[in-house]
Write a new protein. Sequence first.
Length: 171
Amino acid sequence: MAEAVRYPGIPSTADGSEAVVWVETHVSQGACAYPITPSTNMGAGFQAAQAAGKKNLWGEPLFFLELESEHSSASTCEGFALAGGRVTNFTSGQGLVLMKEVLYTIAGKRLPAVFHVGARALYPTAVYCRPPSGRVRVPSEERVARFCTSGRYAACPGYRQAISGAGSGPS
């Protein structure tokens, strides 16, 4: 006779975003996010649960705040955690770069916050330039975001050297 499984679980099918939403709607109090592809499904799922009146494991109502930028969403997460809340954020790889200065303050204050990063790669060798506006360059050796002043992303200082090892980029 086969032994019964002690914790059989709940049979279901879900992708990674749905799994993240399921966990976060159970363990966090709120999410402060600027959902951007590929993290949009996570933000939308959390927001749908909040709109439906779902409560977390402790019976607390969920809080969702969608902000106007990655930087402001990280700053709001900082404030939420500083006030003692269990907070989460949904972002992409580029979004994580755009909020990096706030991440330093969150880490420096030893605040608990969970940032879910959708699997979206940065440009070759961790350099990302978005012409013609909003140009951000992140040299992997310096790990610092810099705004390029040139209208052409290829003119960013160090850009050609950074991508030359990747085998692609402007000539």
